[in-house]
Design a protein around this ligand. Sequence first.
Ligand code: AHG
Ligand code: MN
Ligand code: MN
Length: 333
Amino acid sequence: MTEEPQFDEGTTLDRFLMETLRTYPGATGTFVNLCQSIALAGKMISARVNRAGLAGMLGATGEVNIQGEFVQKLDEYANHTFKRSLEHRGHTCMVVSEEDEQPSLVGEQWHSGRYVVTVDPLDGSSNIDVNATIGTIFGVFRRKSEEGTQADLKDALRPGTELVAAGYIVYGSGTLLVLGTEAGVHGFTLDPVVGEFFLSHPHIQLKPGKIYSCNEAYAKKWSEGIQTYLGLCKDRGYSARYIGSLVADFHRNLLKGGIFFYPATKKDPEGKLRLLYEAFPLAYLVERAGGAATDGKMRILDRVPTDLHERTPLILGSREMVEELTALTAQEG
Ligand code: AHG
Ligand code: MN
Ligand code: MN
């Protein structure tokens, strides 16, 4: 590898991608094209989110998705937009989306596409109607099957350690794309006037923190170890921060240091969050940024999904905090 390129505040996402990839031997432009398509989808969804109340985009469609949840109009728009954006440039063979029971083989060129993308097109949909932060989460695998053949489930049902990139776009007071690759984790803020993402958060690294994020209303249903940890957080005077959009809670903790946990309960031993398009991408990012992610028993990225919509308990954030919590849960049956 040649010397690492230097970036300043005027660095666009495009320039960052071109110059970073140049440092990886054998890299082609296909991955750059993929990231550009994701960024385009992010810009389109961001524009629609900002106008949602004016564009008739609030509220539910009346449909129920594969998760048994009411589909919001913006869920549908985000899913459609994300897939359309990936369709045209021949880099993606398959998309696994929270909103679709089956994987989508993308466009007419799906035989040749090199990448499999998993996506939660709109995370935190219960926050849409109250103007709180929501986001898009994505993970990228390089396909296992041969290019030129039809992709199949084996291309998506694989351990998180095989991800080649992951990221999210948060639609908050600003729109920010956080991208994790071999080159680390970097944040790009959308300048809505110029229509470009600019590097704003280079080389994100997680610090030890004093924030805990969980839906405490469920505390009595959690195991003893989790409840003990919650007690420790309070005894130490940590701050509780939980908005109910995984992507927003994760983003805050990534920048400030902290822990997010959505544990199992007896009734829901698999928790609520989904492995392929929520837990895997965020676990990839958190590890690249120096943190940790576990399901309480094992490292998230070592899990091998057997179902596209498999759920998982999720504990992730600053390494020291995750280790302390898991030391308390490790002995539990
Ligand atoms: P989605 O909107 O994609 O279905 O995800 C909602 C998830 C996640 O964003 C959040 O962390 C969690 O649901 C909140 O669940 P509770 O309301 O049970 O706390
Ligand atoms: Mn979600
Ligand atoms: Mn969603």
